[in-house]
Design a protein around this ligand. Structure first.
Ligand code: FAD
Length: 389
């Protein structure tokens, strides 16, 4: 079977590989010399469907009331919950970990963490930094956890709660988690492999009239509370009507190269003396057989089955990954598509016609048509800018 037409189907993701997209990129941009230099410098992402190298699907663990952080007893064991971070798990992880560890430490400095995704890994490290001995118990390790299938950008209030369920206490807790995480991320820059870095986001406002992005779920919008720490960027008007966008919102964007970031977190945990045991818990009562007196439960969407918690609603999200282009690191949105060109792959995500897209959908099967549609939107964008990809 010839390599160029081979299709690979993998557990949790399908991929289509075609090397014909590697030919030189002919460019003939339309930009006139008097156009703002910021707009002329938008990196060229080679959005071609034959450059899709895999498709991944993930379920955001959404709870209307926000993440669960309460403390419960299971027999003689104490369990601190730390799950249900919706579309904000990576962003809020350090702040959420801090709150959970503060609740566990008074019980014991011998802590079991259940789960090894964004929340479990950061929780385990924060506990170690506070002097605890930590063992992670988990069914799967990165990259085989849902966190490894995230877009990887700073989105602390994405699908984090429903507006009508947000209490003043939750809003204040969310703010403290977001501020603490943001400060942690500033100290994780400049590391080998660039696990965390700033890129430039281009919000391209299409010239074609479109209905405002409706939100039938009524997700909470909390970003205003941390406006002072987030760069706001600037809005650039584009008068050249040949270009498909009339305005560009340009701003710095904090991103996570999830492959190297997970690797960094795993190494940190092991270097600090952490232990990992692979196991699947089928019922909370199984915790009573483990040696630690206190556990922090970081099972994400898995908590729905394990803790019989039907307050977790799955919000499906799919990414079509394009072959990385280290020369074109940036992020952008155009139409209903969000792109993050990371070092470990280019995320192309169809956001749907409204904010209800993916809500209460448990289907983790890759949708090739959705992947192609999203990449084609970005392909059309560059073609209308005058590029031949
Ligand atoms: C398409 C998409 C894009 C996203 N983009 C972003 C983004 O840009 N920024 C952001 O901040 N967030 C983003 N998110 C959200 C983010 O991915 C989640 O909030 C995050 O992954 C939740 O992490 P977690 O550690 O709680 O869960 P998981 O990553 O699912 O980890 C759960 C862990 O628990 C283990 N586990 C589960 N059940 C059991 C069991 N019964 N026994 C033993 N172990 C168990 C699993 O093996 C795993 O190790 C995105 C989500 C999606 C779907």
């Amino acid at each position: 079977m010839p390599l160029l037409s081979r299709r690979h189907v993998m557990a949790g993701g399908a991929s289509v590989v075609g090397l014909s997209g590697l030919s030189a990129c002919a460019t003939r941009p339309l930009f006139s010399p008097d156009l703002d230099a910021d707009v002329r410098s938008i990196p060229v992402i080679r959005a071609r469907t034959d450059r899709i190298d895999r498709i991944t699907v993930c379920l955001r663990p959404f709870r209307a009331a926000g993440p669960r952080l309460d403390v419960v007893q299971v027999g003689h064991k104490t369990v601190v919950h730390n799950y249900g971070h919706g579309g904000s798990g990576w962003s809020l992880s350090w702040g959420s970990a801090k709150l959970a560890v503060e609740r566990a430490l008074p019980v014991s400095r011998n802590i079991g963490v259940i789960g090894c995704g964004a929340i479990g890994l950061t929780t385990a490290i924060v506990a170690q930094q506070a002097g605890a001995q930590v063992t992670i118990y988990t069914e799967a390790l990165p990259p085989f956890v849902r966190s490894s299938r995230a877009s990887g950008s700073w989105t602390p209030s994405s699908r984090i709660a429903r507006a009508d369920a947000v209490t003043p206490e939750f809003a204040a807790r969310w703010e403290s988690m977001a501020r603490y995480s943001f400060s942690c991320y500033q100290s994780l820059q400049g590391l080998p492999g660039n696990p965390v870095e700033w890129d430039t986001f281009y919000g391209l406002h299409s010239r074609e009239p479109s209905a405002p992005h409706a939100d039938p779920i009524g997700y909470a919008r909390l970003d205003e509370r941390i406006r002072d720490i987030e760069p706001q960027g600037n809005l650039i008007r584009v008068d050249d009507s040949r270009l498909p966008y009339s305005e560009v919102h340009k701003k710095p964007n904090l991103i996570f190269n999830v492959a190297s970031y997970s690797d960094y977190l795993m190494r940190q945990f092991l270097e600090l003396g952490g232990k990992i045991k692979i196991l699947t818990l089928h019922h909370p009562s199984e915790l009573t057989d483990l040696p630690e007196p206190v556990f922090i439960n970081c099972t994400g969407y898995g908590a729905r089955a394990l803790w019989n918690d039907n307050s977790i609603i799955p919000v499906r999200g799919q990414i079509a990954w394009l072959i990385p282009q280290p020369e074109a690191l940036c992020s952008m949105s155009f139409g209903n598509v969000y792109v993050v060109s990371r070092r470990d792959g280019i995320v192309v995500q169809w956001l749907g016609d409204d904010m209800g897209f993916g809500y209460d959908n448990t289907d983790e099967t890759p949708d090739l048509a959705e992947a192609r549609r999203s990449v084609s939107v970005i392909n059309g964008l560059y073609r209308r800018m005058g590029y031949s990809l």
